[in-house]
Design a protein around this ligand. Structure first.
Ligand code: FUL
Length: 479
């Protein structure tokens, strides 16, 4: 048999290697993964919550349900202005309290007598306003399960009323991107007890609008973050064990909701299949109360920035409540601070100092997954490591000075990273500085603020994964 020439063998092996590098399959997903709607939801990053209703006029936070309907009388309702403020503040959606605990419906519902008149349909006004605005702001609703007005509350008949309410709102005012099921109930020990039919509520939603994100304390679309102060845990998993829990019973504690449940099987002593993808939604009000009250004032830009870093910067979605006033408008004091909040984010994140750096990874799964992908802004390109412990090196042409590191995992393949260390070199040759535990989890987005600016010629991010890390963004900023 004639032997092929060595150079033919060499060329063939190079071609094979190149072929493998170009065609390597994507990494397998790890643990629970988000639906495409959950990914789209998380990428909205900041949404506006609007608490509006009789409480706006009475000064209450929890109305009794016995208020005179005529109390709700906005003098110049302007939902277009709400949408404009949301757009200017860089928000992607607005969630309105269609029905708060007082049971008052902001649309002329057939399921209740405690509603606005036909002529004052706030849901219709908001629907029209979002549809007519070119910023494509999405609309969502909060419909409180706890109802202090409805005569059937506390009986099984109320479950029918609630299902019909969902049907009415989602068929007449959709498409709605998020449905809020608030977990609060202040009935007290002698109060009415409602056995909510959660499976029926959720299956109704699935048939009405399967892509709607369902919020409750435990999801299934997204979860309460466990506090109303505007912070996710410094460790924040989007995965949660909801086995045997309902939004009303046997649910994880607020402290657990802040952190989520790690998909690290050895700590859970559970099969991975008991976990679900239920990312954290961080709801917090711009004012002390959820409803507008004349003697209260909004938070400062600095306070809002702190909330931003502690929510969006910790793998959460920020749902910032901006309550309309008695005119039915967002007051100037609030819109001014929101515009400054947007300007401050734009200022800080205007220039990614990692652009122009050279990125190399400890592994090359294939050319399609090269480390350079962490520097581009295309969401679906990423660097995929092939080992659970992996590192990315960034090398700069000149001294790079930053004080914020942004990291993002490609969450369609799951949340994988459980720890990150940072090494950097000021002279470009020796890695003489080390920050251990730069952060624990990453998830959709992690923003780590440094105590003081770091000047370096190169840096190494060491990632400790539960599965081989998949990173789609590394960026550096200077405040
Ligand atoms: C809580 C409610 O009791 C508050 O009134 C507010 O709606 C907040 C967002 O959720 O559970």
């Amino acid at each position: 048999m004639t032997k092929p020439f060595p150079h033919i063998l060499f060329a063939a092996s190079c071609a094979l290697t190149l072929f493998a590098a170009c065609t390597a399959p994507p990494p397998a997903p790890f643990g629970p993964t988000p639906t495409p709607q959950q990914v789209e939801w998380q990428r909205m990053e900041i949404n506006m919550f609007c608490h509006f209703g009789p409480n706006t006029f009475s000064g209450a936070e929890w109305g009794s349900g016995r208020e005179d309907k005529a109390l709700f009388a906005p003098s110049s309702l302007d939902c277009r202005q709400w949408v404009e403020v949301a757009a200017q503040a860089g928000m992607g959606g607005i969630i309105l309290t269609a029905k708060h605990h007082d049971g008052f419906c902001l649309w002329p519902s057939k399921q209740s007598t405690h509603t606005v008149p036909q002529s004052m349909d706030v849901l219709r006004a908001l629907r029209t306003a979002v549809d007519n605005h070119d910023a494509h702001i999405k609309m969502g609703v909060y419909i409180s399960p706890w109802d202090r007005n409805h005569p059937s509350y506390g009986t099984t008949a109320y479950n029918d009323v609630f299902v019909n309410t969902l049907k009415e709102v989602h068929t007449q005012y959709g498409p709605l991107f998020e449905q809020w099921f608030d977990g609060a109930c202040g009935e007290g020990s002698n109060g009415k007890r409602q056995a909510y039919d959660w499976p029926r509520f959720f299956s109704t939603m699935d048939s009405l609008n399967a892509s709607c994100i369902l919020f409750s304390d435990i999801g299934p679309g997204c979860r309460w973050v466990g506090n109303e102060e505007g912070r996710a845990g410094t460790t924040c998993w989007s995965t949660l064990n909801t086995d045997g829990a309902t939004p009303s019973d046997n649910k994880p504690s607020p402290a657990e909701l802040e952190v989520g449940h790690s998909p690290q099987l050895s700590t859970l002593h559970l099969p991975l299949s008991t976990l679900n993808w239920v990312p954290a939604e961080v709801d917090v009000s711009i004012r002390p109360g959820w409803f507008w009250h004349p003697n209260e004032h909004p938070k400062t830009v600095d306070e809002l920035m702190e909330i931003y870093f502690n929510s969006v910067g910790r793998n959460g979605l920020l749902l910032l409540n901006v309550p309309p006033d008695t005119a039915g408008r967002i007051c100037a004091e609030d819109s001014t601070v929101l515009v400054s909040f947007r300007a401050e984010r734009d200022r800080i994140f205007a220039r990614d100092l990692a652009q122009g750096a050279k990125a190399t990874g400890s592994h090359l799964r294939g050319r399609k997954y090269s480390a350079a992908n962490v520097l581009d802004t295309t969401y679906d390109t990423y660097w995929a490591a092939s080992d659970t412990n992996a590192s990315i090196t960034l090398t700069f042409d000149s001294l790079c000075t930053f004080d914020i590191i942004q990291l993002q995992e490609y969450i369609p393949l799951g949340q994988r990273v459980a720890g990150v260390d940072l090494l950097y070199s000021t002279d470009g040759s020796t890695y003489d500085h080390r920050i251990e535990d730069l952060c624990s989890t990453i998830g959709y987005k992690r923003l780590v603020r440094m105590d003081k600016p770091i000047g370096c010629r190169s840096l190494i991010l060491t990632l400790h994964g539960l599965a081989a890390p998949v990173i789609n963004r590394v960026a550096l900023y200077k405040r």
